[in-house]
Design a protein around this ligand. Structure first.
Ligand SMILES: Cc1cc2nc3c(=O)[nH]c(=O)nc-3n(C[C@H](O)[C@H](O)[C@H](O)COP(=O)(O)OP(=O)(O)OC[C@H]3O[C@@H](n4cnc5c(N)ncnc54)[C@H](O)[C@@H]3O)c2cc1C
Length: 438
């Protein structure tokens, strides 16, 4: 039972229940939904005009109470965007909460954008693999890379953010922007290595938000438009903690890449599963299975349950153990909730060391499907990223089909993530109305 992952930390359980927006936000992230909801409740008074005015300030580790810090939970859908939006609109007027609401939609925007262009992810993965190989042979590149990730560049703010990332596994949005900009334009390191460093260490590490944000800083997302970190801006928004005057690049020429192929809009299809023996598979991509069932009222009650409990590699380099623990705790929590809801005992696929390799997971899935005579395996839609790749690989050759069910929210959001954020932004009021929120 892995829900007690953080129980050895005496601060966690009590903190989840008592944190308020004025307290220092220095508790470790706990994957339980209760911790997410406690954080949301604590943040609600801050989510209106105060968020809009203060969200750009980074006061340092343990002091991120001007932003929600909900991303680790949102990323794994331990808590859903819809629940967060509804709570905020219950606490603030739509006008006051406009900025925060837009930020929540940025997540869906990037997810949708990458669904339209999976090629961007595949290209990034190939390039990271090549660059990690290059580090083995190019001593000069390796030395610069190692200084950066160890926080030994001599640029105090950058070094502090590298430390914060690898110890707390969270970074403020502005720090992420400054860090990525310094990585690309001052240290002149390949953006893909920086994105890989973030991806392996962030609790909210997300194929879409991370890859697209790094590309945005480098001028690849909005062609030609880059983000330059400036010393004065860092001084102002870190409340004077840092002043890298004279240490940063003063220009940010846009990166270039070969043209992308045509966009392929994601399709949304409804599967008629009435009368079928369905096995529900829970993965770290979506830990709110009860919400999925609510989105698909025709879904038959599952005949069997399984959780994808094996770690999913994010890179050739290891993912931070704390990040793996958070994901494992999230999946276990979702599996236990589904067990209680359906009165079934779930199979934890990959919890045995031997099953975590790709062939082991394929065999474990086949065995589970056969033992319960499943007609199909149902899971929440797997967005572009390593989990999709791992599940699809394990399903290859399996007679039982995989049915991926869309979230209503994604169906409303993703079609508008064709180009820039503005295309989605202007749809937000209509989407909120479709979701039943005034
Ligand atoms: C280089 C770089 C890498 C990033 N990598 C990731 C990542 O791997 N995973 C990730 O979730 N976000 C990523 N972001 C986006 C953003 O920094 C984080 O979502 C945000 O800082 C999370 O903190 P919060 O929950 O306190 O955000 P809040 O300001 O409280 O926002 C609320 C929620 O809105 C969403 N959100 C806010 N800003 C953004 C944004 N710019 N893009 C997408 N979603 C947003 C998040 O789900 C967040 O939890 C990255 C940004 C940059 C510049």
């Amino acid at each position: 039972m892995t829900l007690s992952l953080f129980d050895d930390d005496p601060t966690t359980a009590a903190a989840a229940a008592t944190v308020t927006s004025d307290q220092p936000f220095d508790q470790p992230f706990d994957p339980r939904p209760g911790a997410a909801r406690a954080r949301l409740q604590a943040f609600l008074p801050q989510s209106g005009k105060r968020y809009a005015a203060q969200r750009n300030s980074d006061f340092g580790p343990g002091k991120h109470q001007k932003v929600s810090a909900l991303s680790p939970w949102l990323r794994r859908r331990i808590i859903l965007e819809t629940e967060v939006l509804e709570a905020v609109l219950g606490a603030q007027s739509a006008a006051s909460a406009e900025k925060f609401i837009q930020e929540v939609f940025w997540r869906g925007y990037f997810k949708g954008w990458l669904e339209h262009r999976p090629e961007v992810w595949q290209r990034y993965r190939r390039r990271v693999t090549d660059l990690l190989g290059q580090l083995e042979t190019d001593a000069a590149l390796r030395a610069r890379y190692e200084e950066a990730v160890a926080g030994r560049t001599g640029i105090a703010c950058f070094d502090a953010w590298a430390q914060e990332l690898t110890t707390t596994h969270y970074l403020h949005n502005h720090a992420r922007m400054w860090f990525a900009s310094i990585w690309i334009f001052t240290l002149r390191l390949p953006w893909e290595l920086g994105a890989d460093f973030f991806f392996r260490h962030l609790l909210d590490g997300d194929a879409a938000s991370n890859t697209c944000s790094w590309r945005w800083v480098g001028g690849l997302h909005t062609a030609g438009k880059t983000y330059l970190a400036r010393a004065a801006n860092i001084r102002e928004y870190t409340a004077g903690r840092f002043d890298p005057a004279g240490q940063l690049a003063v220009t940010a020429p846009a990166l270039e890449e070969p043209a992308l192929g045509p966009r392929t809009p994601p399709s949304f299809a409804d599967a008629d599963l009435a009368g079928r023996r369905v096995g529900l598979l829970i993965t770290g991509e979506d830990c709110a299975a009860e919400g999925l069932e609510a989105d698909h009222p025709g879904l038959p009650a599952p005949a069997a349950l399984a959780g994808w409990s094996a770690p999913v590699p994010r890179s050739l380099l290891p993912t931070a153990p704390r990040v793996e623990q958070f994901t494992a705790g999230a999946v276990e929590g979702a599996v236990q909730a589904a067990e209680a809801r359906h009165g079934l005992e779930a199979r934890r696929l990959g919890s045995e060391a031997s099953a975590s390799a790709a062939e082991g997971m394929a065999a474990a899935l086949a065995d589970w499907a056969q033992a319960h005579q499943l007609d199909c395996i149902v899971t929440a839609r797997l967005p572009v990223g390593p989990q999709r790749q791992a599940v699809h690989r394990a399903m290859r050759g399996l007679a039982t089909p995989l049915v991926e069910l869309d979230r209503h929210y994604d169906r409303l959001v993703w079609p508008h993530a064709r180009a820039g954020f503005f295309g989605l932004k202007k749809q937000i009021p209509g989407i909120l109305r479709d979701l039943g929120m005034p």
